[in-house]
Each structure stands twice: as structure tokens, then as C-alpha cells.
Design a protein around this ligand. Structure first.
Ligand SMILES: *Cc1c(COP(=O)(O)O)cnc(C)c1O
Length: 414
């Protein structure tokens, strides 16, 4: 038998107007492709990792020494964050969409006893884990967090900061306060909020671990690093009880980033074979974020999201999200129920919007790194065209008026 050699793989240019991955900056791709072949213990690679660590602390707003990148995607960072959760640990997890649902599954896998895991290994029901379900389209509020932590008094509490599945911002202040009040250690999935919202993790003392991703607000898809940050208390607890992983062990993984025995050292020591390409790309992405500034970037997202939200509302759509990196919506009138069909039509034409991944089916349009009048106008017009193609009516003058009002005012203000 001979092996099939397929033709070279060509992947077309599309408009990544979904919840993620975001549009990686050309500067990031240039650094990725431009890195020389340096091994993972080369001086410039190690220096780059130490510089990334310092820039990441600025982006996340933290003095946590244990702040670094976990190689891989968002789930890689989250897996490292959940590494400290041991079988039998008492956990309360808040779920209000697809991603927090998967986080909760991860937690149940980690907290399950051997018997519980064996009984249903792909979906274990861990008696020590309490899942608080909040309906799709709604946020986890401070009251919900307070009530659950007061009742269960867990060792760990988990929440997604921004639940990308339903496009909802959860109450991080209320969650942190409840964690402090009931002495639970907060764990937060900040995959969708980092680099999009203006916040400092150190302002939330109830949260002891944060995990994000390379491909959303940080705009560094070319498989790089999932930012994570851990407080000293988390690290102390982890040191006492341990974790059943080498590669995603927060204390061990930190060593390559020059964090040894809880202190910054000049040079990292071997943990795994880091890629010079990935380090160079991540470094550039962090530089871009800091050059613009987290606050300015967040203001840009808020502005452009508000334009998109108003434009699709002028088409008769109902927006149910409150995140600033995407809108989640129901189609108007007669088109209700045809959300999946519309998304598939758009995707077939290289307009990469998304459906929700769990019920109910809604449309998600994202603007990650699409923060310009030209990009938003293009998205709005393509979306209007897709509605018309399905037989819906869009009053173009009303849509144009929304765009003109916001963008002309913005130009006038400059
Ligand atoms: C995207 C996302 C994830 C998963 O990230 P990957 O990069 O796909 O691993 C997890 N949580 C939230 C809230 C997300 O938005």
C-alpha cells in the first residue's frame, strides 16, 4: 500500500467575525515567521520568555509572581488552573453557557473520587462538586454567588468572567466578594475578557487563579500561550496537596519562565521544548496590547460593539448579550428559528460568524481585532445581505443612519 500524499493545504482568507479566534495582527505573524531556529534554552528565547512574563503582569494588572503562559489553547491554561483541584475537594461551579459548562466538566473530572470517575469516566458526577446552573442568556450575579457560597462553603469556587457561549458578562466583583466572605478560593475563566475589558485581576482578592487564552483578546492564535496567574495562596495550597500532572503543574511550568521557588530568577530552567516562533509571536502580541493600552483597547471594543448592536437592532434582531467583543442575537420575525441556516450561508461565503454551540440556537457575530469603521461597516452590510437573501427585509437607510451617526460623530470628535 502506498501512502496518499494530499495536495498542499490551502486555507482561504476569511473574515473571522466570530467569538474567536480573533484576527491575529500581521505584526504577530511576521514575528512568528521571522524567528530564527533557536532552541528552547537559547539566551534570547529565555530572555523573550522573561520579558513576556513581565508584560503579561502589566496586561493582567497583577503583582502575582506566578504569572506566565501555558503552551497551547485556552483549555490548556484552564487545565493548569484546575490542576490544584484534588479528588474529593468541595467545589461550587457556576455555569451559564457552553464554556463554563466544559469548565465544570473539567472540575468534576478533577474532583471525582476514583470510584466516581470509573462509574462514568467521560461525565463523572462528583458528589463534592455543586453545579449552579444559570439559564442561557443570563449572567451569574453577585447574589447567586453569595447564596451558593454561603450555603456550601466550598474550598474552591469557579466562574467564567465572560461566558462566550451566551455572550454574558458575569459579576466578577460579586463573585470575588463572596469568595472573600466565605473563604473560598476563586478560580476564574478569563478566556474571553482578557485584552477586551479594562480590568486588573489584583482588584479581585477573592480570586486566586485566572486563566485566559492566546486567540481572543490577545490576538495571538499561531498556537502560542494561554496566560495564567496564581496568587501566593493558591501556590501554597498547591504545594501542600500537589497535582497529578507534570506538564500542567503551575509550579513546574513556571520554571521555564524564570519563576523558581516563588521568585523571579534571571533565566528559566527546562520544563518543555518551547518554540522560538511562539515566544516571538506572543511577545509581539503583548507589545501591541501595551502600546495601545488595555483601557484604550477596551474603549474601542465598547464603541464598535455598540455600533454593531444598534445596526443589527435596526434590522429587527434581538440582541441578548452584553459582552463587548461580540453580539449574540435572535433573528427578526419570520426568520426566527432559521439562525443556523443563516450562519451556514454566511460561513460558506467566507463571512465567519457563528451559531451558539448549545441550545437555544442564536447567531454570534464577533469583532475581535476588527476595530475599525471599515471592518464594522463590512460586517453590518454582509449581515444585512444575508438576511435579505433569506427573504427578510432590511431597511438599508436605517442601518446606514446608525453607522453614519456613530462614525461621523467619532470622526468629528477627533
Ligand atoms: C474560547 C473559550 C474557551 C476555550 O478556549 P480554547 O482556546 O478553544 O481552548 C474557554 N472558555 C471560554 C470562556 C472561552 O470563550
Amino acid at each position: 500500500m502506498t501512502a496518499t500524499i494530499y495536495p498542499q493545504l490551502d486555507i482561504p482568507q476569511t473574515i473571522a467575525a466570530g467569538p474567536g479566534p480573533g484576527n491575529t495582527d500581521a505584526r504577530v505573524l511576521a514575528r512568528f515567521a521571522g524567528a530564527g531556529l533557536a532552541d528552547h534554552m537559547h539566551g534570547d528565547v529565555l530572555r523573550g520568555m522573561v520579558e513576556c512574563k513581565h508584560m503579561l503582569r502589566a496586561v493582567m494588572g497583577t503583582d502575582n509572581v506566578h504569572t506566565f503562559g501555558v503552551a497551547g489553547t485556552g483549555w490548556s491554561g484552564l487545565d493548569a488552573m484546575f490542576a490544584a483541584v484534588a479528588p474529593g475537594d468541595k467545589v461550587v461551579a457556576f455555569v451559564n453557557g457552553t464554556f463554563s459548562g466544559i469548565d465544570a466538566l473539567t472540575i468534576r473530572m478533577k474532583a471525582a473520587t476514583a470510584e466516581e470517575l470509573a462509574a462514568n469516566s467521560l461525565d463523572p458526577q462528583a458528589a463534592s462538586v455543586t453545579i449552579i446552573e444559570v439559564p442561557h442568556g443570563q449572567s451569574v450575579t453577585g447574589e447567586i454567588a453569595e447564596a451558593a457560597l454561603a450555603e456550601h462553603k466550598p474550598k474552591w469556587a469557579f466562574m467564567a468572567h465572560w461566558e462566550t457561549g451566551s455572550g454574558r458578562i458575569n459579576d466578577i466583583q460579586g463573585f470575588s466578594d463572596a469568595c472573600v466572605r466565605h473563604d473560598a478560593m476563586g478560580l476564574v475563566d478569563a478566556v474571553s475578557s482578557l485584552g477586551v475589558e479594562n480590568f486588573r485581576i489584583d482588584d479581585y482578592p477573592g480570586v486566586h487563579a485566572w486563566a485566559s487564552c492566546p486567540q481572543k483578546g490577545i490576538c495571538c492564535l499561531p498556537l502560542t500561550y494561554a496566560p495564567v496567574s496564581f496568587t501566593d495562596r493558591y501556590i501554597e495550597v498547591l504545594k501542600e496537596t500537589g497535582a497529578r500532572t507534570f506538564v500542567h503543574h503551575p509550579i513546574m511550568e513556571a520554571r521555564h519562565w524564570g519563576i523558581v521557588d516563588g521568585k523571579d530568577v534571571e533565566k528559566g530552567t527546562y520544563h518543555r521544548t518551547h518554540s522560538a516562533y511562539a515566544v516571538a509571536a506572543f511577545h509581539e502580541a503583548l507589545r501591541i496590547t501595551l502600546e495601545q493600552g488595555v483601557a484604550a483597547r477596551a474603549a474601542d471594543y465598547a464603541f464598535h460593539e455598540s455600533v454593531l448592536r444598534e445596526a443589527v437592532s435596526a434590522m429587527g434582531c434581538e440582541v441578548t448579550s452584553n459582552m463587548t467583543s461580540l453580539v449574540v442575537l435572535n433573528l427578526p420575525g419570520d426568520l426566527k428559528g432559521r439562525e443556523m441556516e443563516l450562519v451556514q450561508t454566511c460561513r460558506a461565503e467566507g463571512f465567519g460568524i457563528w451559531p451558539t454551540l448549545s441550545e437555544p440556537v442564536q447567531v454570534r457575530i464577533g469583532i475581535l481585532n476588527l476595530l475599525s469603521q471599515a471592518a464594522i461597516t463590512d460586517i453590518v452590510n454582509r449581515f444585512a445581505e444575508a438576511i435579505r437573501k433569506m427573504g427578510g427585509e432590511v431597511e438599508q437607510a436605517a442601518v446606514d443612519a446608525v453607522l453614519a451617526r456613530h462614525y461621523d460623530a467619532a470622526i468629528a470628535a477627533e
